[in-house]
Write a new protein. Structure first.
Length: 88
């Protein structure tokens, strides 16, 4: 846990917006507690490479946690192909 705290203080990660919901955990009671405890944390440098990144909450199936999906937006793929060369 100390290493994680050190990482947070050194990297200064940022939380990104969550879509399709406002919380990621519920205790499933009649009067529920609902919290956002699950998230992706990104460094500013990482966001420069993926400017359209977002977190999307997915439907809960059997857990009290909602899964979250990291959507990086449209990613341009290179058309370069890997090739082997025979060197004599």
């Amino acid at each position: 846990m100390r290493d994680f705290s050190y990482f947070i203080s050194e990297q200064e990660p940022m939380d990104i917006p969550l879509t399709a919901g406002t919380f990621t955990w519920s205790n499933k009671r009649e009067f529920p507690s609902q919290l956002r405890i699950d998230r992706f944390l990104l460094t500013p440098e990482w966001e420069l490479h993926f400017p359209n990144v977002a977190q999307r909450r997915l439907p809960r199936i059997c857990s009290n946690h909602f899964p979250i999906f990291l959507d990086c937006g449209d990613i341009q793929r290179s058309r370069r192909y890997f090739k082997f060369e025979i060197v004599a």
